[in-house]
Write a protein that binds this ligand. Structure first.
Ligand code: ATP
Length: 578
């Protein structure tokens, strides 16, 4: 139950549902454990034992009406209580899922590199689903069953004193620890197997996502058989763990029922030996039923908690994650930046080993910078530090004279447009995809941005024009078309800082020329950082930064570097940039 504690605060906003739910559940408990045994006593002793030869039917009709009345009260309050409590449970479960998703939106990129996609999907889907089931079940039963049991125990105590007969009470008290024992033993196993099952789900999901992300590679390298084999292996393990889990779940019910049957047997023998009347026996039997049945259900609830503890821990591991990149308490205001960027002694490491060493560079607003260097030299990493996708390990980055960590992240990123090598589109309309650049833009502004990115004509050639769906990750568009949609987004954003990662793969010459023209327009008046693969980009740059092994080893214009830098000359030779 301890694992549930961090989730209790979710109940607070739903007290309007919770309160009637609790009250109805209490009425249900009282009418079950108090009303039914009481009625049995009335029927047995007041009606049947006192029946005369020619009975008047009215007392029997009155008792029957009372009996029906009690079941109506029990039924209505049980229904309303269960409904409100389940409603509360669902609201709580939805809030947990919402919070989990919101947390994922705010976690740094580094988190997603060390956590596999399949595992995260399982956390959001299966683990949060298991918690949802748990909460709904627990919510429906957590008041109703204890209330029923407490009333039944109270009834048992009162009757024991009334009859001066404590054997029933004693039997119940003795049976409780015996009933708890198997639950405790099984609970330990359920906890372990429950965790293993969720991990197994995560492994299956991981394999599935990997397979779906690499459909082309799987087919072209003929990996279908190996993929299938791996999938079957993971499914086999999943079945093994599920069967183990089922074994423990299924053994709980019979073991408890056997213990309860021993108690009932003892009660029968005892009642027979003591010559207890049938009416009293039936009444106390019913009370015992209403003590054991809720107890059984409460213990079952504990087992559901045990089984779900793994999921609770897995979800908590994300929820409790400290956010390393918090916004400052008193942020420096940033409306529209000028675009002066300065790296001061910046060192950065993804893990232990730095990949950028002590970089210092000063870039005036409006400068067009090209980054070149061999693969793995640190160009992309350099660019990712500017919008704070990662924070520097040492040194600082200044925008218009202020440390970028002093701004709110949203303000900083609003001033930066990123166009990556392989832009990702969402499976929404092309209009919505461009609108991401500035969500408050009008339809006319979106079209204007598309025109400037040379995307308008190809968009209009689709039957549905701007309402055409892009397909998953933009699969219905060619590489060049996706690039132009990404450029349209950047035009719409009109941010003073532009980060470009040029596509390395060849685009068709028409797309290429459109993109070149659009880019030439887009970069005007902006501070631009391009990871350059094309000679034209390099030639147009005001300054080129040459990266090698995490350092800037030379900088200048194309012509000056050709003269002064061996590294640059070699690069140009190798990449045929000249
Ligand atoms: P390319 O031109 O091939 O894209 P690059 O110059 O942009 O290369 P980076 O991508 O910045 O180079 O990589 C610099 C170094 O950082 C490399 O050694 C790379 O292995 C490492 N690296 C990059 N991304 C990560 C990451 N997410 N986690 C750990 N190491 C990384």
């Amino acid at each position: 139950m301890k694992a549930l504690l961090p989730y209790f605060h979710y109940l607070k906003p739903h007290w309007r549902l919770l309160l009637p739910g609790i009250l109805c559940s209490i009425v249900f408990g009282v009418s079950s454990a108090g009303g039914i045994p009481f009625m049995i006593n009335v029927v047995m002793s007041d009606l049947f034992e006192k029946r005369v030869d020619n009975p008047n039917l009215w007392p029997a009709i009155g008792v029957a009406a009372m009996l029906v009345g009690i079941f109506v009260i029990r039924g209505v309050f049980g229904f309303v209580g269960g409904y409100f409590m389940s409603w509360t449970g669902m609201n709580v479960a939805i809030s947990i899922r919402d919070d989990l998703f919101a947390k994922l939106q705010s976690l740094p990129l580094a988190f997603f590199e060390s956590n596999k996609k399949g595992d995260l999907l399982t956390k959001i889907n299966n683990d949060a689903g298991a918690i949802q089931t748990l909460i709904i079940e627990v919510a429906a039963e957590c008041v109703r069953q204890p209330a029923t049991m407490l009333v039944a125990i109270g009834y048992l105590v009162v009757k024991s004193f009334t009859f001066g007969e404590f054997a029933f009470l004693l039997l119940f008290i003795l049976a409780v620890p015996v009933l708890v024992l198997p639950v405790k033993m099984i609970g330990k196993h359920l906890k372990r197997r429950g965790r293993e099952m969720q991990e197994s789900h995560a492994h299956i999901m991981q394999h599935l996502t990997e397979n779906l992300d690499a459909l082309v590679e799987v087919r072209s390298f003929g990996l279908e058989g190996a993929q299938q084999e791996e999938f079957s292996k993971r499914m086999d393990y999943n079945r093994y763990v599920q069967l183990k889990l089922k074994k423990y779940e299924l053994s709980q019910q019979p073991s408890m029922e056997i213990i309860v049957s021993i108690v009932i047997g003892a009660v029968c023998v005892f009642a027979y030996a003591k010559g207890i009347t049938f009416a009293t026996f039936a009444e106390l039997g019913a009370v015992l039923y209403f003590t054991f049945d809720p107890l059984k259900r409460i213990l079952r609830m504990f087992n559901i908690v045990h089984r779900t503890e793994g999921s609770l821990d897995r979800v908590s591991s994300v929820m409790d994650m400290e956010l390393p990149m918090r916004d400052p308490e008193v942020p420096t205001l940033l409306e529209r930046a000028r675009g002066d960027i300065r790296f001061e002694g910046v060192t950065f490491a993804y893990a232990d080993e730095p990949v950028l060493y002590d970089l210092s560079v000063d870039i005036a607003a409006g400068t067009n910078i090209a980054l070149v260097g061999p693969s793995g030299a640190g160009k992309s990493t350099f660019i990712k530090l500017i919008p704070r996708f990662y924070d520097v390990s040492e040194g600082r980055i200044l925008l218009d004279g202020s440390d970028i960590r002093d701004f709110r992240q949203a303000d900083l990123r609003r001033n930066i447009a990123v166009v990556s090598q392989a832009p990702v589109l969402f499976d929404r309309s092309l209009h919505e995809n461009i609108l991401l650049g500035r969500p408050e833009a009008t339809r006319e502004e979106v079209e204007e941005a598309a025109r400037r990115a040379y995307a308008h004509d190809f968009i209009m050639a689709f039957d549905k024009g701007y309402d055409t769906l892009a397909g998953e990750r933009g699969d219905r568009l060619s590489g060049g078309q996706k690039q132009r949609i990404a450029l349209a987004r950047a035009f719409l954003r009109d941010a003073p800082i532009l980060l470009l990662d040029e596509a390395t793969s060849a685009l068709d010459s028409e797309s290429e020329s459109f993109i070149q023209k659009a880019l030439a327009e887009l970069v005007k008046g902006k501070t631009v950082f391009s990871i350059a693969h094309r000679l034209s980009t390099i030639r147009h740059a005001d300054r080129i930064l040459v990266f090698e092994a995490g350092r800037i080893v030379a900088q200048g214009t194309h012509d000056s570097l050709l003269e002064d830098s061996d590294v640059y000359r070699n690069l140009v030779k190798k990449q045929s940039l000249a």
